[in-house]
Design a protein around this ligand. Structure first.
Ligand SMILES: Cc1cc2nc3c(=O)[nH]c(=O)nc-3n(C[C@H](O)[C@H](O)[C@H](O)COP(=O)(O)OP(=O)(O)OC[C@H]3O[C@@H](n4cnc5c(N)ncnc54)[C@H](O)[C@@H]3O)c2cc1C
Length: 405
């Protein structure tokens, strides 16, 4: 008999375990992988963007699904608490561009190991097993049944099983099924922060090319859904990289026609860009058009750009008309793509949708339907952009659930 059983030893579950143990509770964590924090170990391309050094208001603005629900959790345990938590364990951190916080070692495994050790040192017990159901008595949570049939009793249960993305890490949606069988509703799930397949095939020719400091706008039926500046990547199926992953969060209806506009020169307005082109074309006056763009664009992009401009690559620069030059400037400011589909949820960084937040008390993370049942992390219907925000959500909700269970 434990005070609290936590299902899932990801960042949310391990933070909940530590918080519960620090509050004097006996804690058991059930994890179906042999190793704790398997997904955590591959985050941030193996470097783990552990949080974002932003205040709560900025954190809230970076959450695109149910940010208001997280207000209490983020206020109880914010990004400075995350930094203190890891630094107290001797994990040195550093802050990079955009407030992104990483371990100084650049090793995500250091974060996962520190969380595991901290939970163990706090007195938590880890067990390797797969939870099948949450047990209830008189409508309240009272333990967990393992897949093996074994039943373990407790005063409270925290479901921290994550979402559906990267299922090989253990996140296979078990928490949704458990919560549903106890009367919870699940907001339909879909991959978010996921690469985008485009109808156009030209991105394939640019496979591997990463563009920094470009502006990406996502539109649907003339309405701007997302617009930001940063980095993007071309792939064999379309586009990826931080900007595209963030934009993907707004592609919610596969029936709709979504358009993407890429501004390759966001720092220059059209007249300034036209003057810049004029300067370059004067410099390369006797060259072919295709050989006159080296100062403006990465070499891999030039043939594709020239083809999209519709101007003969072998035209001499001195033959290009003023109107054609304007159309080149326009294309630099607005290269267009259309969304064919999102890549499958397996390839998504996070899962949007999940346990309906209306059925969870935001001040405690306790279920409003089943007393003694709590939720933490990605299993809840909350999601944020890239930048360390999703791990902060796992830590904040985990801390609150662990403190209140
Ligand atoms: C490639 C990649 C890179 C990422 N990089 C970043 C980043 O740099 N910064 C950031 O903020 N976010 C990042 N994320 C998102 C972040 O990893 C997740 O939001 C976060 O891990 C969610 O934490 P969680 O504890 O809720 O779930 P998870 O980390 O998914 O952990 C859930 C755990 O529960 C276990 N489990 C599931 N079902 C059962 C069951 N029935 N019984 C027992 N155990 C079970 C699983 O095995 C798993 O260990 C990244 C995600 C991916 C896929």
């Amino acid at each position: 008999m434990y005070d609290c059983i936590i299902i899932g030893a990801g960042p949310a579950g391990m933070m909940a375990a530590t918080a519960a143990a620090d509050a004097g509770k006996s804690v058991l964590i059930i994890e179906k992988n042999k190793m704790a924090g398997r997904k955590l170990r591959i985050t941030g391309k193996g470097r783990c963007n552990v949080t974002n050094a932003a205040d709560v208001d900025t954190l809230m603005r970076s959450i695109n699904e149910n940010g208001r629900f997280l207000y209490s959790a983020l206020n109880r345990f914010d990004s400075s608490d995350t930094v203190t938590f890891f630094e107290n364990m001797g994990v040195a951190l550093k802050t990079e561009r955009g407030g992104r916080v990483f371990p100084q070692s650049d090793k995500a495994a250091d974060i996962a190991e520190a969380m595991y050790r901290r939970a163990l040192d706090g007195g938590c017990t880890f067990v390797n097993g797969e939870a099948a159901d949450v047990l209830t008595e008189n409508g309240s949570a009272c333990g967990v049944r393992l897949k093996s049939g074994k039943e373990i009793l407790s005063s409270s249960v925290i479901i921290a099983t994550g979402g559906l993305s990267y299922p090989l890490t253990g996140s296979t949606g078990d928490g949704y099924r458990m919560a549903k069988s106890l009367g919870h509703s699940i907001t339909p799930t879909r991959g978010a922060l996921v690469p985008i397949e485009t109808r156009e095939s030209w991105p394939e020719q640019l496979q591997g090319l990463s563009l920094k400091n470009v502006k990406l706008t996502l539109k649907c039926e003339g309405k701007t859904l997302f617009c930001d500046q940063g980095e993007m990547l071309f792939t064999h199926f379309g586009i990826s990289g931080p900007l595209c992953l963030s934009a993907s969060c707004h592609v919610k209806d596969p029936e709709k026609d979504y358009k993407i506009e890429i501004d390759l020169k966001p720092a220059l307005d059209e007249p300034t860009l036209d003057s810049r082109l004029l300067k370059d074309f004067t410099k390369y006056i006797n060259k072919d058009y295709i050989n006159a763009l080296d100062d403006l664009l990465p070499s891999k992009l030039i043939p594709v750009f020239v083809s999209l401009s519709g101007i003969d690559p072998r035209r001499k620069v001195n033959e290009i008309t003023k109107q054609e030059r304007r159309s080149i400037a326009l294309l630099l400011k607005n290269m267009q793509l259309s969304v064919k589909a999102l890549r499958p949820v397996d390839e998504a960084i996070i899962t949007a949708g999940g346990i309906n937040v209306k059925e969870i008390n935001p001040s405690t993370m306790e279920s409003k339907i089943v007393p003694g049942l709590f939720f933490a992390g990605e299993v809840i219907d909350v999601s944020a952009y890239t930048g360390g925000y999703n791990l902060q959500i796992a830590f904040s909700t985990g801390y609150l659930a662990g403190t209140c269970c």
